[in-house]
Structure formats: structure tokens, C-alpha cells
Design a protein around this ligand. Structure first.
Ligand code: SF4
Length: 242
């Protein structure tokens, strides 16, 4: 068993090194006219190997729970949300039950996530809208329907479209904004404009992997204050590498 485990690690390392070497020796890579789409393909290939597990960091067991967890994740960490959602979903396991909750009871549970009054009001209203649809713990599957729910912006909607409906999605959060800017994919600052720009530039079939892995990369190497460029697998193609 141990041998098989080490063989697997060795194979992964070999594949990882091979993809990087091929990508970096490609004439495309050193060509100033390389398009964003070509660069995104190389970045995604490398980061897919670096981050083979691309599940969301938020804990959930159905679409309703993921939607509520993503709403709660605004302006806080996923780990912080994961600490409060077990109790929240134990007390309010379906949209119907959460829609009938006392707001101050919900506020008490989600208090550590910050902005708790606004978040409590939003998740109760969203639960009421879902309960009205009468589809249990299912959630709507279009950008228009999702962003019509209280507290649901385009980032939240894109997370749902990707993880629940397997649709292409450019998910612009703080990590994605920072890393795509440093990698030279955008100079824009408004999330919605970045989303539109990169949705056009990046091929649909890699959009979701690109979003997820770039996000993870911002957490593992490309920190806001002091990025770990020395250890970063993208340093050779990054114009901001130090
Ligand atoms: S080289 Fe540095 S700035 Fe560029 S992506 Fe990697 S960590 Fe970020």
C-alpha cells in the first residue's frame, strides 16, 4: 500500500513537472502576442495539477445549504462560516423552517460571521422565496433567478451555477481579483466588469477550473501582503513576480 502511495506521488510530481516544462518552453509562452485565452489555458493546466481537489471550502449537504453558506461568507472566511452552519442547519434544515425563524435567534447563531443583522434578514427572506417555489432544498439554476434572491450577488450566483449546475463561471472574489490582476489578465477593479471581461476572454470549458484554482492560488501563494513568489508555480509567466 505504502509503495503504491509513493508511486502515485512520484507520478503526480512527474506529470506536474512535465506540464510546467512543456508550458514554459512553448513559443506561445514567450510570445508577447499570447492571448488571454492561451495564457489562461496554461495557467489552468498548471494550477489544476497544483490543486487537484477543487471542491468548495464551505461545508454543505444540499444546494440550499450551499446558497446560505455563500451568502454568509461575504466579508468573512469560509472557515468562520463552517463554524456556524452546523448549528444553523441543525435548527433550520429546510427553506420552509428557516423562513419561519425569529430573526434574533438566527442573528445569535451567525453573529461571528459579521454583518449578522443584514445577513440574518437576507437568509430568512431568501429561504421564504425558496419555500414559495416549493422545491425543497433545490435552488434556481439561472443567474437572473438567483440574483433576484435577497443577499445574492453575481459572485454567489456563479458559485451556485458552477458547483450545483456545472455551468461555466467566472467567480470574482477578493483572491481572484488580486491574482488575475497580478498575472496580467485584467486592470479593472470592479468585480462585475472583471467578470464580463474574463467571461469573454477565457474559453468556457476552462472558466470554472480557472476560477477555482486561481482562488485557491490566492490563498496558498499569492497572498495580499507578501506573495510567496519564490515557491509559486506560475512565477515564470507572472509579470508581477518578485
Ligand atoms: S509569482 Fe507571485 S505575484 Fe505572481 S502569481 Fe505567483 S505569488 Fe502571485
Amino acid at each position: 500500500m505504502v509503495n503504491i502511495h509513493f508511486q502515485k506521488i512520484a507520478l503526480n510530481l512527474f506529470t506536474y513537472k512535465f506540464v510546467r516544462d512543456v508550458a514554459f518552453s512553448s513559443p506561445l509562452f514567450h510570445n508577447r502576442t499570447m492571448t488571454k485565452a492561451e495564457k489562461a489555458r496554461i495557467v489552468t493546466r498548471i494550477l489544476n495539477l497544483e490543486y487537484p481537489d477543487r471542491k468548495p471550502l464551505l461545508h454543505y449537504s444540499n444546494p440550499f445549504e450551499l446558497l446560505i453558506a455563500v451568502i454568509l461568507s461575504a466579508q468573512t472566511t469560509d472557515a468562520g462560516v463552517n463554524k456556524v452552519t452546523p448549528e444553523l442547519f441543525r435548527r433550520y434544515p429546510t427553506p420552509e423552517v428557516l423562513a419561519r425563524a425569529e430573526q434574533n435567534h438566527v442573528e445569535e447563531i451567525i453573529h461571528p460571521t459579521g454583518f449578522f443583522r443584514m445577513k440574518a434578514a437576507n437568509i430568512i427572506k431568501t429561504a421564504a422565496a425558496l419555500a414559495e417555489r416549493g422545491e425543497g432544498t433545490e435552488v434556481p439554476g439561472t443567474m437572473k433567478e438567483l440574483t433576484a434572491l435577497p443577499g445574492v450577488g453575481r459572485k454567489t450566483a456563479n458559485v451556485i451555477l458552477y458547483h450545483i449546475f456545472d455551468q461555466p463561471a467566472i467567480i470574482v472574489d477578493t483572491h481572484f481579483k488580486r491574482v488575475t490582476k497580478r498575472l496580467g489578465f485584467t486592470r479593472l477593479t470592479e468585480p462585475e466588469k472583471i467578470e464580463k471581461q474574463l467571461s469573454r476572454a477565457i474559453p468556457k470549458e476552462i472558466q470554472s477550473d480557472f476560477s477555482m484554482t486561481v482562488n485557491l492560488h490566492g490563498r496558498k501563494y499569492c497572498f495580499a501582503r507578501k506573495p510567496d513568489c519564490a515557491g509559486c508555480p506560475l512565477k515564470e509567466l507572472c509579470p508581477s513576480a518578485v
